[in-house]
Design a protein around this ligand. Structure first.
Ligand SMILES: [Zn+2]
Length: 299
């Protein structure tokens, strides 16, 4: 039994190593001091300030070394602040490595609660050690918004309610005119909405409308997943989601079952070629929206 366990452990370590070996971290320069890093997992935002680096999300733990090396090609300033846009592992897995004495980890209140609950479960099943658990947790949390000042630059962190999860944060770099939307935006593809962690389709669309209130036609958007985007693409995306939502609501009103809506390709067919080839396929987006619209509201 022990041999099998150590073999499995070895296998998982080898797999993690192999995965990190084949991942390349690429850099998109979005403004004078703001970058988007892509590897595997959620897109990372990097802002190089006057004497410190402000980082948003950190992908998976096996990639931390590569990510650090990539940031070092941009600047030798220390990573002083690290924000988690929400609690999913493809955005927070690197917390255990980045959360050192010199780096302050920040998230919305609910994101920390969920990270803590998930971490405690992993500690109890020996998937995570106590030190990693402690490092995985944000040190500063906030409920609605938080503002950072760095010379002439202002970074606005604001919470959007029940969108992708119940702990989502967007970060707007005012002078750089860059908005990191976390997983409240999957550019060019249907979104994943985590209904079990407080996400809803209505909150998701509301989050987009809140984003539109702070950005203009020149703003560069860092989505949680997908290519860098902009206001007009986001406006289009809202139209698509609102249209699909309306269509599915009609089916629900007509008494159609979840299985019928999942099976009915016609409901989303005009958007599927453009948006349905990613992680969330057309059937899955119909399911997510159906379940979200029929869930009893908590309030
Ligand atoms: Zn996510």
């Amino acid at each position: 039994m022990r041999n099998i366990l150590s073999f499995l452990l070895l296998l998982s370590l080898v797999t993690a190593q192999a995965q990190s070996d084949e991942v390349n971290i690429t850099i998109d320069t979005l403004a004078q001091n703001t970058y988007m890093l892509t590897g595997r997992g959620g897109n990372i935002g990097i802002y190089v300030g006057q004497d410190k680096v402000f980082m948003i999300d950190d992908q998976f733990a096996p990639l931390s070394k590569k990510i650090k090396e990539t940031i070092e090609t941009l600047t030798d300033k220390p990573i002083t602040y690290l924000v988690n846009t929400h609690m999913h592992g493809d955005h927070t897995g690197g917390n255990v490595n980045f959360n050192t004495d010199n780096t302050i980890l920040i998230a919305q209140d609910n994101a920390r609660k969920r990270l803590k609950a998930n971490g405690q479960k992993k500690v109890s099943t020996n998937e995570m050690n106590q030190k990693d658990f402690e490092n995985s947790l944000p040190e500063i949390t906030f409920s609605e918004d938080l503002t950072f000042h760095d010379g002439e630059e202002t970074l606005m962190l604001f919470h959007v309610h029940n969108a992708h999860t119940d702990g989502d944060v967007m970060i707007y770099f005012v002078n750089e005119n860059v908005l990191h939307m976390g997983d409240t935006y999957f550019s060019g593809r249907y979104p994943y909405i985590d209904l079990n962690s407080g996400g809803t389709i209505n909150g998701y669309i509301e989050a987009h409308k809140k984003a539109l209130m702070v950005i203009d036609s020149d703003t560069k958007i860092i989505p949680g997943h997908g290519e860098p985007s902009n206001r007009s693409e986001l406006e289009n995306y809202i139209k698509v989601l609102e249209d699909v939502k309306r269509t599915i609501q009609k089916e629900i009103t007509a008494g159609k079952s979840l299985e019928e809506v999942k099976a009915n390709n016609n409901l989303t067919s005009k958007y599927d070629a453009q948006y349905g080839t990613g992680y969330i396929n057309p059937e899955r987006i119909r399911e997510i929206i159906y379940l979200s619209l029929t869930a009893s509201t908590k309030e």
